[in-house]
Design a binder for this molecule. Structure first.
Ligand SMILES: NC(=O)c1ccc[n+]([C@@H]2O[C@H](COP(=O)([O-])OP(=O)(O)OC[C@H]3O[C@@H](n4cnc5c(N)ncnc54)[C@H](OP(=O)(O)O)[C@@H]3O)[C@@H](O)[C@H]2O)c1
Length: 333
């Protein structure tokens, strides 16, 4: 049977398990040019919150449709010449155990010296977001100070480590003491601030004595407002995400100090990882190289069983995830 989660309601505020419905159906048969894939790891991402409720950079998921999601899986049947049974592949397979997909929309995973889970924890949309967002837009220079929010998350933890590899002083902002300890003790961050228990303004003053040159933005809201006051002249702010507002039910006031952009001649630029896919090989070379040399770590937060996907998804919003959130929908072999 194909087991799957279908979107049945558009969330108001925080998503609820009842926004999804569990269904079982016979495993579909691939038609011409199509491939049947059994899912192994399903990636759960903050962007899905937007996909559930409104059109963003892609249309909202239709009510009654399988919830959209990127996954890694193995080919079980193929009517496409580019894929054979047993191939490991990646694509938008959705929140389901089996998916029939047009072979043209599927990527055959190239051989790389990394575990399968690294395709989400280190590479793919997570690794490329960290790599290009920081290096292309943040353009950090040796000796500069980099601050990253949601620093213990999938993207943030890579951003900080890449910043260290580029010779920066790196300060992370995260939501628990254990996350902060992981950043400084295991990942080599120079300092980490628990924004839930510390005064962010005072902590930034203490940990960024020369100000902030690059702020990698993952959360928005009050954090952005506070950080703006600590930016240096000609600082750069890659705007990756603004998760603190994803569940807002009303429009909230923006930062009251955007004038800082002018007086400090700051560059603040949003980006989508999809813009960088044509340059993926550049990122793969560096990320795999750093990982192989023991200079870059990633952490997966794995929930067993597709039936637990809605609960695992919510971890992204209460901060209880430790690393990249994935659901293991089936065995690797
Ligand atoms: N632009 C792109 O192409 C792109 C691609 C991928 C991801 N993103 C964005 O990158 C950001 C991180 O994504 P990720 O996949 O790596 O997720 P993640 O950081 O692994 O998980 C989300 C984290 O956000 C923090 N958070 C949740 N609600 C918050 C709030 N109200 N205020 C402050 N922090 C909050 C939590 O950490 P704490 O414990 O620290 O609160 C949580 O663990 C998201 O904003 C996402 O939308 C953008």
């Amino acid at each position: 049977m194909n087991r799957r989660w279908v979107l049945v309601a558009r969330p108001e505020g925080l998503p609820r398990a009842t926004d999804f419905a569990w269904q079982e159906e016979a495993i579909p048969t691939p038609g011409p040019g199509e491939v049947l894939v059994r899912s192994i790891y399903l990636s759960l991402d903050p962007a899905m919150r937007g996909w559930m409720s409104h059109d963003t950079y892609i249309p909202a998921v239709e009510l009654g449709a399988v919830m959209r999601g990127g996954a890694i899986g193995v080919v079980e049947a193929s009517n496409h010449p580019g894929f054979a049974v047993g191939d490991q592949v990646q694509g938008m397979l959705g929140w389901q155990t089996h998916c029939v997909v047009d072979g043209r929309a599927l990527l055959k995973l190239p051989e790389l010296p990394v575990p399968l889970g690294a395709r989400f924890g280190l590479l793919g949309h997570i690794g490329f977001t960290a790599y290009f967002g920081l290096l292309d837009i943040g353009a950090p220079k040796e000796g500069e100070t980099l601050v990253v929010s949601a620093a213990a998350g999938a993207v943030g933890s890579l951003v900080g480590q890449i910043g260290k590899l580029k010779g920066c002083r790196v300060v992370g902002i995260a939501g628990s003491d254990s996350k902060c300890e992981w950043l400084t003790k295991d990942l080599g961050f120079d300092a980490a601030i628990n924004y839930k228990t510390e005064n962010l303004h005072k902590a930034l003053k203490a940990h960024c004595p020369k100000g902030i040159d690059v702020y990698f933005e993952n959360v928005g809201g009050k954090t952005l407002e506070t950080v703006l006051n600590h930016m240096n002249l000609f600082g750069r702010i890659p705007v990756c995400g603004m998760i603190s507002g994803y569940n807002n039910t009303e429009a909230t006031p923006g930062p009251n100090n955007l004038f800082q952009l002018i007086v400090k001649r700051l560059k603040m630029q949003g980006f989508l990882v999809t813009d960088y896919m044509p340059r993926a090989t550049e990122a793969v070379k560096d990320l795999v190289g750093w990982y192989g040399a023991g200079k870059l770590q990633y952490r997966l937060d794995i929930t067993e069983g597709l039936e637990n996907a809605p609960t695992a998804f919510l971890k992204l919003f209460d901060g209880s995830n430790q690393g990249k959130v994935v659901v293991q929908a089936g065995p690797e072999n």
